[in-house]
Design a protein around this ligand. Structure first.
Ligand SMILES: [Zn+2]
Length: 362
């Protein structure tokens, strides 16, 4: 009994010592932000008690996650469907040449890199396509959602998820030399669908793979998103109320007011078209063909002339009045006038959706 008590006492002392050592290490680790009046010990404690979900792990997601993990959020879940490729390394700061060589899933490579940066943060990499079936369970327990996505459709889904659950989200996007961000808080601000009521038509929006991107554009936007996230988690009142548009190449910075749209399906009518499946892409695996068909319901026909103009920079395009076809690497994309796309060379739905987002841009 005495031995037990002594043992228990020692354990208690060891725990106290570990706790003291942890808090000393933390004071040192976070010393640069602890002295900021807007953060301090109380702000740091709130960050440590927070859970954030980063959806997408490209240039934005990598930079946001790196900033928040280094700043000491308690728990960060990062979700991505893709694997690392060499062309990602120009801007996706959590990955290495070895990750690209091994085709590591981005969520796995990110989890490892983030753990090496701050082992005190609970980091959870999830290899998944964020879609209407899993979206609600993937955001469970989150205080805040961060957009590191490369396509509009999933942003509409994220907006639905945010309004359905009441969890705020921070939009971010960058292409070429320009990036944008806005903060959306259910029942306090307009929503993403007030800003853009419907997804842009396929092929009408530039993507990083077609139009290119300089690395500093997503890095700047991700930095604003991360700062905004820290302020929200700490409870600082000076939040971003506008759409911020940054162009580091042409040195411009704009703030654009977003107003609540009367009859907005999401925030005014509380209709969740993208979460409940009445809008968005329909995807089917074409059995025995090593191909996946993606059909953008309600988006109308593909603007084949416009798509040809973009895609001919990436490879040889063949085309007739009904369809356009291009082979990029080991995959062939066939785009039918009626709005269907067939991705040949894979039966992996997540990969096909990723290729679609990359080259068609929705
Ligand atoms: Zn709205």
């Amino acid at each position: 009994m005495l031995l037990f008590l002594l043992g228990s006492n020692r354990l208690h002392k060891d725990e106290l010592r570990d706790h003291e050592m942890d808090s000393q290490v933390n004071d040192e680790r976070y010393s640069s932000q602890l002295i900021l009046p807007g953060i301090g010990q109380e702000g740091q404690r709130k960050l440590g008690n927070s859970t954030v979900v980063v959806v997408g792990c490209g240039a934005l997601g990598c930079t946001i996650a790196s900033a928040l993990v280094r700043a000491g959020v308690g728990h960060l879940r990062i979700i991505d469907r893709d694997f690392v490729e060499i062309r990602n390394l120009q801007r996706q700061i959590l990955f290495t040449e070895a990750d690209a060589h091994l085709n590591q899933p981005k969520a796995v490579a990110a989890e490892r890199a983030l753990h090496q940066a701050n082992s005190q943060v609970q980091v959870e990499g999830v290899v998944a396509d964020f879609d209407p079936r899993n979206a609600l369970s993937l955001v469970e327990g989150a205080n805040l959602l961060l957009d590191g996505l490369d396509n509009f459709e999933t942003r509409y889904l994220l907006n639905d998820v945010s309004w359905k659950t009441g969890i705020p989200w921070i939009y971010g996007g960058a292409v070429g030399t320009v990036g944008m961000t806005a903060t959306f808080i259910p029942d306090q601000t307009p929503c993403f669908r007030c800003f853009l009521p419907d997804p842009p038509p396929p092929g009408s929006v530039a993507t990083c793979d077609v139009a290119g991107v300089i690395n500093s554009a997503p890095w700047m936007i991700a930095s604003v998103q991360a700062a905004e996230a820290m302020k929200m988690l700490i409870g600082t009142p000076n939040r971003n109320r506008d759409l911020i548009v940054l162009d580091p190449w042409n040195l411009s910075f704009q703030k654009v007011l977003i107003s609540t749209r009367e009859n907005c399906p999401t925030c005014q009518q509380r209709r969740f078209d993208f979460l409940e499946g009445s809008a968005g892409t329909k995807v089917i695996r074409l059995c025995g063909q090593n191909a996946v068909q993606i059909w953008n319901a309600g988006q109308g026909p593909f603007p084949l002339d416009q798509l040809e103009e973009h895609l001919c920079l990436l490879g040889k395009v063949t085309r007739n009045e009904h369809l356009l076809q291009i082979t990029i690497g080991e995959y062939t994309l066939v785009l039918f006038y009626d709005g269907r796309a067939v991705i040949r060379g894979t039966d992996d739905v997540a990969l096909a959706r990723s290729l679609y987002a990359r080259y068609i841009g929705i």
